[in-house]
Design a protein around this ligand. Structure first.
Ligand SMILES: C[S@@+](CC[C@H](N)C(=O)[O-])C[C@H]1O[C@@H](n2cnc3c(N)ncnc32)[C@H](O)[C@@H]1O
Length: 449
């Protein structure tokens, strides 16, 4: 018999459960003998026979063996590798239910922060919940037995590959290029073992695509071979050398082997040059709507000095510069800032400047040097902003701050800190930048007061 210290459930045990709610990863949550159990792909109200697969101190994970009923929100997932690929978590939910679930998460965050429910606006839905992504990174491996290159996606938190030729989140033209890249690597023979990822990005404006082969070896003849890849609408072929096949995908540099040096995208009336290594929002249409919202939320006036921290290729910097006295964009990626400077010229924006730096270094210096700023825009990566950035924002004496976040957990942490330093939340606008996944984007307008 289990003693009082041992967990109430054990790996391999089977139970009949009902999911009571959904956690932020999209998993169903049930209670078994007083323990919280997370069950992927089980929706609230659904009952199932499950097997416990992992037991931690405070929770366990279980897998559905047989589902007894279907929730009203359940739909048939469209992708053949859904549940095996780690990319999508909620294809089994109707799109309207995905939206409601994401909006509710932002509402719960507002509640925990002690905010009035009226600050949260209804979530902005994607125009197309499938085939919306403008970029994809597909792992590749060489199959010794079949002597073919295989592509697919890694399962969540593992390097086990779900082999597939298609991703329903990208355009059909991108799917076609991925297929051709796999045939091409197969045609190279075992030398293709050096390829570990194929990255494809497509411009919404021109339809042109850039294809980057990520290789483990810096081999000139392999690079020459890769340069022979061609497919309809592919305007650029490049390589990046990243010796570790499991870890970061990109190497230190990207070498264009063939074609254009950049793609061109158009957003919010701007022409934007886009290098392979520079970040760009994955859904161009939603990016356009979100940028327009950020400019409105920042209430940019013509005497304002605006700081766009984590600016990427400078799209928001330029949109705000058009209404301000001066705009400064900062990003740590040199290629992105080169694009941003070129984009300022391309769009004849004369009052935008850019710096290659880490925001946590640049912003405190900017503020301590006594420079004026009226508006701050933060659009950090998933880990949120550094403590030094919060302190600098508090000292900067800005009236308006707009925080663009792709991770509600770090957003909540950072909002709590900003609120403790004299900012209040005026509005929260969620955007469904990543349909079929558990991710949600949110733009928060803060004011000093
Ligand atoms: C979510 S993206 C936003 C980019 C841009 N605002 C846009 O909409 O395209 C985050 C950006 O932050 C940059 N970045 C990440 N950490 C940084 C840091 N510590 N300092 C400066 N830039 C950073 C990345 O290079 C990336 O361009």
């Amino acid at each position: 018999m289990a003693n009082s210290q041992s967990p109430p459930v054990a790996v391999g045990e089977e139970y009949e459960v009902e999911a009571l709610r959904q956690n932020d990863d999209g998993d169903g949550v049930a209670q078994i003998r007083g323990m919280t159990v997370f069950i992927p792909f089980l929706l609230p109200g659904e009952r199932a026979r499950v097997r416990v697969e992992r037991v931690e101190k405070r929770f366990a994970r279980a897998r559905v063996l047989e589902r007894a009923n279907d929730a009203l929100d359940r739909v048939e997932p469209q992708c053949p590798v859904f549940a095996r690929c780690g990319g999508c978590q909620v294809q089994h939910m109707a799109y309207a239910a995905q939206l409601a679930w994401k909006e509710a998460r932002i509402r719960r965050m507002a509640e925990r922060l002690g905010l009035d429910a009226s600050v949260v606006r209804p979530i902005e839905a994607a125009r197309t919940p499938y085939r919306y992504r403008n970029q994809v990174q597909m792992p590749v491996r060489w199959n010794e037995a079949t002597q073919r290159a295989e592509m697919g996606f890694f399962a969540f938190g593992s390097h086990e590959m779900a082999v597939t030729e298609t991703c329903l989140l990208v355009s059909e033209a991108m799917d076609d290029v991925l297929r051709r890249a796999r045939w091409f690597l197969t045609s190279l023979g075992p030398t293709a073992t050096f390829a570990h990822h194929v990255i494809v990005r497509q411009s919404r404006a021109t339809g042109d695509m850039a294809v980057v082969f990520a290789l483990t070896a810096d081999d000139p003849s392999l690079k020459r071979s890769v340069g022979r890849f061609h497919a309809p609408q592919v305007a650029q072929v490049a390589v990046t050398v990243q010796p570790r096949a499991h870890g970061p995908v990109w190497g230190a540099a990207v070498e264009v082997c063939k074609g254009a040096t950049h793609l061109e995208e158009r957003v919010g009336g701007l022409r934007l040059r886009l290098s392979p290594r520079a970040f760009f929002q994955v859904q161009s249409d939603m990016a356009e709507r979100m940028y327009a919202h950020v400019v409105r939320a920042a209430e940019v006036r013509e005497t304002d000095v605006v700081i766009d921290a984590y600016c990427g290729i400078g799209a928001m910097t330029l949109l705000m510069a058009n209404r301000a006295a001066r705009a400064v964009g900062v990003d740590e990626v040199e290629d992105a800032i080169q694009d941003a400077r070129a984009n300022a010229k391309l769009n004849r924006v004369g009052n935008a400047e850019f710096a290659v730096d880490r925001v946590e270094r640049w912003l405190p210096r900017f503020v301590q040097a006594g420079n004026r700023a009226d508006v701050l825009v933060f659009d950090p990566p998933r880990k949120g902003v550094d403590r030094a950035v919060i302190e600098a924002a508090a000292e900067a004496n800005v009236e308006r701050l707009v925080y663009v976040s792709c991770n509600p957990a770090t957003l909540e942490r950072d909002l709590r800190l900003l609120m403790a330093r004299g900012f209040y939340v005026a509005e929260m606008q969620p955007f469904d930048m990543f349909p079929q996944t558990s991710h949600v984007e949110c733009v928060v307008a803060l004011r000093r007061g």
